[in-house]
Design a protein around this ligand. Structure first.
Ligand SMILES: *Cc1c(COP(=O)(O)O)cnc(C)c1O
Length: 356
């Protein structure tokens, strides 16, 4: 289906004022946003307009009952400067998975990808060219109907914003295995990228940071022993030569980096085992010398190497080297910058369009 997207462009882009070598994290936004409203049972008026404040009724339902979901993805450029998106269809599908779980309307997946393409096309001067840098894209949907009462809203906004991000500092991270608080339980909202999941994670994360850790390692809700994931990353271990990642248990976020890393590992000839894995097994592997690697995977950082995992008063140390993690990271980056042939068919190129 082809959509009639309206364009209202700024006259002076702020991109010219951006220092690409020094991009403040998460506070720089591009000139435009893609925006669309849901009313009377349909998505209407898709448009790209200057990023601006949006008047909000104090009774907007998202503020009270939390119908709010989001996605996170990146646009990179190849050596010719052509912008590319990484598996945008997967983000479109996951947004709808989240929407369904939260009782929100589905968003047309082709319009999701079209909106992204047009926004990236208009903001192509905002894509940092440096290796490891990217234009972060944040599609999201929230209930903006003014209503006091518990039911699904009938009015929503879908917006895509863009924010340039510099290369991540690839310091090895320290995780705190949390045995008190939980992130998600089977049957809950853990598989949805729903705003409330992150609200519930803020305090445990602050407490872990105060103890000197970077992120929380989430364990299962019932026994506090099965490893789930980390902050906004899924997790992989190499134990005695085997690549292992927690299997999806109804509470783990289905990371697009996770699924891509599994494909890359298999393509390189590694066997990848998706199974339940306990923190005690990791502790045991570390003490008998078979814990060879541990790394997190997510859009924001790509691959994050793990240095240690703290639990109660013990520390599980991970080997200093992560050859498989590095190899996977290199492959992901090479695919995302067009340096390696996209044999998986993951990249969507955005040729220059003369979009009004
Ligand atoms: C977004 C997210 C991930 C990673 O997903 P990607 O699609 O790889 O970015 C993992 N865990 C949580 C909780 C997340 O929110």
């Amino acid at each position: 289906m082809s959509y009639n997207i309206h364009f209202n462009k700024v006259t002076n882009s702020k991109a010219t004022t951006l220092d690409f070598d020094n991009i403040p994290l998460g506070t720089t936004f591009t000139d435009h946003m893609f925006i669309c409203e849901y009313e009377n049972g349909a998505w209407t008026n898709p448009r790209i307009e200057p990023l601006a404040l949006i008047p909000t009724h104090p009774a907007a339902m998202a503020l009270h009952y939390g119908q709010a979901i989001f996605e996170g993805m990146k646009a990179t450029v190849d050596s010719n400067g052509t912008p590319m998106l990484f598996r945008p269809d997967k983000n479109a599908a996951r947004l709808n998975f989240s929407a369904e779980r939260m009782g929100m309307p589905l968003f047309p997946e082709d319009l999701f990808v079209e909106g992204l393409k047009h926004l990236v096309d208009i903001e192509r001067n905002w894509i940092p060219p440096q290796e490891g840098s990217a234009l972060y894209l944040r599609p999201f949907m929230y209930a903006d109907e003014p209503f006091i009462g518990m039911r699904a809203a009938t009015h929503y906004k879908f917006i895509i914003m863009a924010s340039p991000s510099g290369p991540f500092f690839t310091k090895r991270i320290k995780l705190f295995a949390e045995t008190n608080y939980i992130r998600a339980a089977e049957g809950g909202t853990g598989e949805a990228k729903a705003a409330g999941n992150y609200a519930a994670a803020i305090r445990p994360t602050e407490l872990a940071k105060a103890k000197g850790y970077d992120q929380v390692l989430w364990l299962d809700a019932v026994e506090h022993k099965y490893i789930q994931e980390v902050g906004t990353m899924n997790i992989f271990f190499k134990i005695n030569g085997e690549m292992i990642t927690p299997k999806r248990d109804g509470a783990i976020l289905d990371g697009i980096t996770r699924m891509s890393v599994i494909d890359i590992l298999k393509d390189k000839g590694y066997e990848v085992i998706e199974r339940a894995i306990t923190i005690d097994e990791i502790k045991e592997a570390a003490s008998n010398g078979t814990l060879e690697e541990a790394f997190g995977t997510g859009t924001a950082v790509g691959i994050a190497y793990i240095q240690e995992i703290g639990m109660h008063n013990e520390i599980i140390h991970v080997s200093n080297e992560s050859p498989v993690g590095l190899e996977v990271n290199d492959t992901l980056n090479a695919i995302k910058t067009g340096k390696q042939e996209d044999t998986f068919g993951w990249m969507t190129k955005i040729e220059k369009e003369v979009a009004s």
